[in-house]
Design a protein around this ligand. Structure first.
Ligand SMILES: Cc1cc2nc3c(=O)[nH]c(=O)nc-3n(C[C@H](O)[C@H](O)[C@H](O)COP(=O)(O)O)c2cc1C
Length: 191
């Protein structure tokens, strides 16, 4: 890899930020394919590649997911979720045009870690392609409810696969957020 390319790869890691305002314009199919390819090439325990990517771009299906999320949030017993569900323009995924749910085989060695690394690759690939993204954690909560699990079945998430995380993707419609400063004392190098 050339020095210039190495610098760009490292900059990509530092410059990616979570994006929470999206244009309605859909991302290009070829970019989606590259993002998914990057996800599939993430490391996984014993190379089990335990993940499954469910990509939703259909407006009615996105609406349906949002409706279920709103209903589940409203009766969650969690103050924050309940408050959010009351918003008139509630969107569990910030109105992004592409929503990707990552599920993984619950019998795999490390399905949570596999899913997180896959999502990380999706986000970094998106950044390199000029596409904004953010992790949406609520999917994990949906999985704990019957309504949520019924929805996931309808979406074709394989039996025995648990949803561990999801991501919203689209072109940034807001300001580019600045990185928060890094916490001190998180590294100990022993030589
Ligand atoms: C496990 C995990 C769960 C997250 N869940 C959410 C979420 O539900 N909604 C959200 O807006 N951001 C979520 N985020 C994004 C974080 O808030 C964000 O990564 C963090 O504030 C650092 O900002 P940055 O991504 O711009 O560097 C999540 C991130 C991680 C790693």
């Amino acid at each position: 890899m050339s020095e210039v390319l190495k610098k760009e790869v490292l900059e990509n890691l530092l410059e990616r930020r979570s994006i929470r305002y999206f244009k309605s314009e859909q991302i290009k199919d070829e970019d989606l394919q590259q993002i998914l390819e990057a996800g599939k090439y993430a490391p996984s325990a014993a190379n089990q590649q335990s993940w499954h990517f469910t990509v939703i771009q259909n407006k009615e299906v996105l609406q349906k997911i949002n409706d279920v999320a709103k209903s589940v949030f409203a009766k969650s017993g969690n103050k924050n979720y309940e408050e959010r569900s009351k918003a008139k323009d509630f969107s569990a995924f910030y109105h992004a045009p592409t929503y990707i749910i990552v599920s993984a085989d619950e019998k795999a060695i490390a399905p949570i870690a596999d899913s997180a690394l896959a999502l990380g690759n999706l986000f970094l690939a998106a950044e390199a392609l000029g596409i904004g993204s953010v992790w949406i954690h609520a999917v994990n909560f949906l999985y704990t409810t019957e309504e949520g699990r019924a929805l996931f079945k309808e979406l074709g998430i394989p039996d025995g696969y648990v949803t561990y995380g999801s991501g919203a993707f689209g072109y940034n419609a807001g300001e580019r957020p600045k990185a928060a400063s890094r916490r001190d004392g998180t590294v100990n190098i022993i030589k």
